[in-house]
Design a protein around this ligand. Structure first.
Ligand code: PMP
Ligand code: GLN
Length: 380
C-alpha cells in the first residue's frame, strides 16, 4: 500500500456527516446547503439528460460550458480568457489533483497556508512535493511578507492559495494579493488558486482573482466549482483556467483522472453561469441572512463568533466563549450532548494546529438553524 494513503484518516467532512447520520444530530459540519438549488439550473440539466447525448463529451469539456466559463468571468471578474484556456473537471477536487500532479515534480517545494483545505497536503505529497507551510494566526488570519520570505527557497515551484478561505471565511486583502503575486513572480512559481468560494462573499465585497494581478496571467491556475456557485455540492462539476502552455499539461493529467464529466451536468452549469447578475446577488443575500441569523443566535447564547466575510462558514472562539475544552472535545460534546455536528479547526492543520476554534455551516434553512440554536442553548 502507498504509505501516504495507509496513514491517512477519513476526511473530516465525511467523518462528521457519518456521525450526523448515525446519531440524528443536526449537521452543521460538512459544507452543503439544505435547499434544492435553482430550479432553472436543475431543469436544464434534466432536459439535457433526456434530450441530448449521454456519451463521452469532449475531454476538456463541452464547448458550451467552456464558453460559458469564459463569458462568466468576463462579466463578473473582468477577465479575458479564451475557451482553450478552460478545462472542465469533475469538481474542484479533480482540478486540484490534476493541477498538482501536472505541475509538481518530486522534490519541488509547494507553499501552502494553514489552516488548509484537507485535500491539498496528501495530493502534494503523493506528487512527491515538499510542503512549505505558512501558518495564519487567528483572529485575522493574514499573510505577511515575513512569513512568505521564511518559506521561500530556490526550490519553490508552486503556491496553493484558497481565496476566499475555508474554514476561516476570510478574503485576501489587495495588499495580500500583491504580496502573493510578487512572491510568485520573483520566485518564478506557479499559483494554483482554489477560488471555489468566489461567489459566496458578503457585505458587498467583490472577489478579486489572483490571475488578474500583474505578472500572474501566465503563471496562474484558477479553479472554480459549479457546486458552490449553484448550491449543488453533489454535482461535482468544476474547471481550471490557465494560459495555453499550462492548460496543455493540465489536460494531460485530467485525461487519466476522470477524462470527462457528465454532459447533462455540464449543460446545467453552462446555463447557470449565464444567469442574470440578480441571481448571484440574491444567492449572496440569502446566505448573508443565514450567516447573520446563526451568528446572532450564537452570540445570544454567549458564544464569541469570529467575523465571516465569505463561504458557508462561521467560526466560534472557544476560550472567548467561556468553553474550557479543546475543539475536538467540544465537537464531541456538541454531538453527544446537544445533537449538533460541527467541525474542529485542528482538522485543517498538518502541524501545530489551532485547537481553540470550531467551524459551523450556516448554509441552511431558517428552521434548521433555529433548531440547532435551540439545541445549543445547552452549554458545556
Ligand atoms: N476547495 C475548497 C476550499 C472547498 O471548500 C471545496 C469543497 N467545499 C472544494 C475545494 C471541493 O469542491 P468540489 O466539490 O467542486 O470538488
Ligand atoms: N468543502 C466542504 C466543506 O468544507 C466539504 C467538501 C467535501 O466533503 N469533500 O465542508
Amino acid at each position: 500500500m502507498n504509505p501516504i494513503y495507509a496513514s491517512l484518516g477519513t476526511t473530516i467532512f465525511e467523518a462528521m456527516s457519518a456521525r450526523a447520520r448515525e446519531t440524528g444530530a443536526i449537521n452543521l459540519g460538512q459544507g452543503f446547503p439544505d435547499g434544492r438549488g435553482p430550479e432553472d439550473v436543475l431543469a436544464e440539466a434534466s432536459r439535457a439528460l433526456l434530450e441530448e447525448s449521454n456519451q463521452y463529451p469532449p475531454m476538456a469539456g463541452t464547448a458550451a460550458l467552456r464558453q460559458a466559463v469564459v463569458d462568466h468571468y468576463r462579466v463578473h471578474q473582468g477577465l479575458d480568457l479564451a475557451p482553450k484556456e478552460v478545462i472542465v473537471t469533475s469538481g474542484a477536487t479533480e482540478a486540484l489533483a490534476a493541477a498538482i500532479f501536472a505541475l509538481v515534480t518530486p522534490g519541488d517545494e509547494v507553499v501552502m497556508f494553514q489552516p488548509l483545505y484537507d485535500a491539498y497536503l496528501p495530493l502534494v505529497e503523493r506528487a512527491g512535493g515538499v510542503a512549505k507551510l505558512v501558518r495564519l494566526e487567528p483572529p485575522e488570519w493574514r499573510i505577511t511578507a515575513e512569513a512568505l520570505a521564511a518559506v521561500a527557497s530556490d526550490r519553490t515551484r508552486l503556491l496553493i492559495l484558497n481565496n476566499p478561505l475555508n474554514p476561516t471565511g476570510t478574503m485576501m486583502t489587495d495588499a495580500e494579493l500583491m504580496l502573493l503575486a510578487d512572491f510568485c513572480v520573483s520566485h518564478d512559481a506557479i499559483a494554483v488558486c482554489d477560488e471555489v468560494w468566489e461567489h459566496v462573499v458578503f457585505d458587498g465585497a467583490t472577489h478579486r482573482p489572483l490571475i488578474a494581478l500583474p505578472g500572474m496571467r501566465e503563471r496562474t491556475v484558477k479553479i472554480g466549482s459549479a457546486g458552490k456557485i449553484f448550491s449543488l455540492t453533489g454535482w461535482k462539476v468544476g474547471w481550471m483556467c490557465a494560459a495555453p502552455p499550462i492548460a496543455q499539461i493540465l489536460a494531460k493529467a485530467h485525461q487519466f483522472l476522470t477524462f470527462t464529466t457528465p454532459p447533462n451536468l455540464q449543460a446545467g452549469a453552462a446555463f447557470g453561469l449565464g444567469k442574470d447578475v440578480a441571481y448571484f446577488t440574491g444567492m449572496r443575500a440569502g446566505y448573508q441572512r443565514s450567516r447573520d441569523r446563526l451568528a446572532a443566535g450564537l452570540e445570544k447564547l454567549g458564544y464569541a463568533v469570529l467575523p465571516s466575510a465569505a463561504t458557508y462558514f462561521l467560526a466560534i472562539d472557544l476560550p472567548r466563549s467561556g468553553v474550557n475544552m479543546d475543539d475536538v472535545q467540544f465537537c464531541n460534546w456538541l454531538i453527544e450532548e446537544a445533537g449538533v455536528v460541527s467541525v474542529p479547526f485542528s482538522a485543517f492543520y498538518a502541524r501545530h494546529p489551532v485547537t481553540s476554534v470550531v467551524r459551523l455551516c450556516f448554509a441552511k434553512q431558517d428552521a434548521t438553524l433555529d433548531a440547532a440554536l435551540e439545541r445549543m442553548a445547552r452549554r458545556p
